[in-house]
Design a protein around this ligand. Structure first.
Ligand code: ASP
Ligand code: ASP
Length: 489
């Protein structure tokens, strides 16, 4: 039995669930976590619950002000101005509380403000709005919002579960930015299996796993794999599962990664399956959109999003549009020549919740977009078809942005962009322009993928208190052309 919070905190006492005092004590610590204490229990349950409460409570105390504030604004759907107003502080003060600790302008949030924010969050009614739920109605490991065993599709997410992941990504940020280190995945091995070309995504997954303290085994290409000798996906999956604790798979065929996941109990992450999905890219894109909008003072509900380029084979836009459809009143403008239009089945699913899909064949449709998301023509997926109709009129470049777009537009691209003449992909003449968010996107891939691994391997609660200071100093800006707010937003 615990006689005080101190004992509970230190683990020197155990909670007796039949003892009303202990129940009260636990409730006092964190009311939402004490619910289980009212159900009949046996010793093991009691102990586990006690440890759980203790670590949750400790984590809550250790949560940085930046994580707390961003989480609060996301949950309450509030812009920075509205939130500053709600907590009775100035917008400038709020901005300074949100900066990374290393910034000169960073200020510590007063304790009374922290308590007030915690109170507002505790009293906030959880969203029950059906519009925030995935339209996917699967069961088992793919249930939307259910526990993540594998990450195969954005259909597994509700708005709440995506935002829970973003909260964890915020916790990861000081590690991703190399100010802190952790070893929560020490000893764990990631198998990074890319049966299709990739540099960035493969390294991004690998770096995320390493930054959690794990190690990575990599393989790239199909020609050198056992699959080229006729091995089934089932056999490869089972073999690799015996070597590794998590598996990332990129495969040229839609559905192949799900088949891979069915043959193993080790968590599998879809790193892109043919023209199917690229769920981690969509999650890092949505995380980026939220961060950009937070800086610009816009909510994601009601956003105007233009998707441009190869919408037929571009798996990143297939995943992104489904994820964004969890928000309300979003206006999607789809701009592609008729031969590269978004598949009708995806458009039908998005057309709900007051979300509107508009199909345009010219870049004039960008005029009031908050986000312009350009994509590469996926030539490798063209069988007999020709890339008809994709000419200079589809190229997003500085002149077009100046002439057509809003001054606060955010230009995104999943990369790689095809810089060869005649590709008409996103032009490099926008490089160095703060409206171009492509490297903020790739940088955000690290905390988001760290959050995914930490969740899949069940160490999400351990990260915060495991952090230590890094022993080296990274450059303040990673890229010479990074915008002044890059990493500080
Ligand atoms: N979008 C990039 C790629 O797929 C990198 C990333 O996923 O972060 O290569
Ligand atoms: N890197 C992204 C993907 O793997 C986008 C692209 O390749 O164009 O889907």
């Amino acid at each position: 039995m615990c006689r005080s919070n101190q004992e509970l905190w230190e683990g020197t006492g155990a909670i007796d669930t039949h003892n009303p005092n202990d129940v009260l004590l636990a409730k006092d610590l964190k009311p939402t976590l004490a619910v289980g204490f009212f159900s009949p229990s046996h010793d093991r349950y009691t102990q586990t619950a006690c440890v759980y409460i203790r670590s949750e409570f400790k984590c809550e105390l250790m949560i940085t002000q930046q994580v707390l504030l961003r989480d609060a604004m996301r949950r309450l759907d509030m812009t920075r101005d509205a939130f500053a107003d709600r907590i009775g502080s100035r917008r400038r003060a709020l901005d300074s509380w949100l900066l990374p600790d290393e910034s000169n302008e960073f200020r510590a949030m007063p304790e009374v403000a922290r308590r007030f924010v915690q109170e507002i969050l505790a009293n906030a009614t959880p969203r029950t709005d059906p519009s925030t739920q995935s339209v996917y109605t699967g069961a088992g490991p793919l249930t939307p919002g259910g526990p993540l065993r594998h990450l195969l599709s954005v259909d597994q997410f509700t708005r709440e579960s995506a935002e829970d992941l973003f909260r964890l990504a915020d916790v990861m940020l000081p590690i991703a930015r190399r100010h802190k280190v952790t070893r929560v995945l020490e000893g764990a091995v990631l198998a990074n299996l890319f049966f299709e070309a990739s540099t960035r995504t493969r390294v991004s997954f690998g770096a995320a796993f390493c930054r959690l303290g794990g190690s990575v085994c990599d393989t790239t290409g199909f020609t050198f794999s056992s699959m080229a000798k006729g091995e089934s996906i089932h056999d490869t999956s089972r073999v690799i599962a015996g070597y590794a604790d998590a598996i990332v798979v990129r495969h040229p065929e839609q559905g192949a990664v799900a088949e891979f996941a069915r043959a193993t109990n080790v968590p599998v992450v879809n790193g892109g399956d043919g023209p199917g999905e690229h769920p981690t890219q969509a999650l890092l894109d949505l995380y980026t959109i939220q961060r950009e909008f937070s800086r610009l003072g816009k909510p994601v509900d009601g956003a105007r999003i233009a998707l441009v380029g190869d919408l037929k084979y571009g798996r990143t836009v297939h995943s992104l549009i489904k994820l964004l459809a969890l928000y309300k009143g979003v206006r999607f403008t789809l701009i592609a020549p008729p031969s590269l239009e978004m598949p009708a089945a995806i458009v039908d699913r998005v057309n709900r919740n007051g979300n509107v899909v508009e199909v345009r064949e010219s870049l004039q449709g960008l005029a009031d977009a908050d986000i312009v998301y350009a994509t590469r023509i996926q030539k490798e997926r063209f069988a007999e078809e020709s890339i008809e109709g994709y000419g200079a009129a589809f190229e997003i470049n500085r002149a077009l942005v100046e002439r057509t777009c809003r001054p606060d537009v955010v230009v995104m691209h999943p990369l790689p962009r095809d810089s060869r003449a005649g590709s008409h992909d996103l032009s490099s003449d926008l490089d160095g322009d703060p409206r171009l968010a492509i490297f903020r996107q790739t940088d955000n891939g690290i905390p988001v993928r760290m959050a995914i691994f930490a969740t899949l391997l069940g160490v999400d609660k351990l990260v915060q208190r495991s952090m230590r200071d890094a022993q080296w100093t990274p450059p303040t800006f990673i890229g010479p052309e990074d915008s002044p707010f890059h990493g500080l937003d």
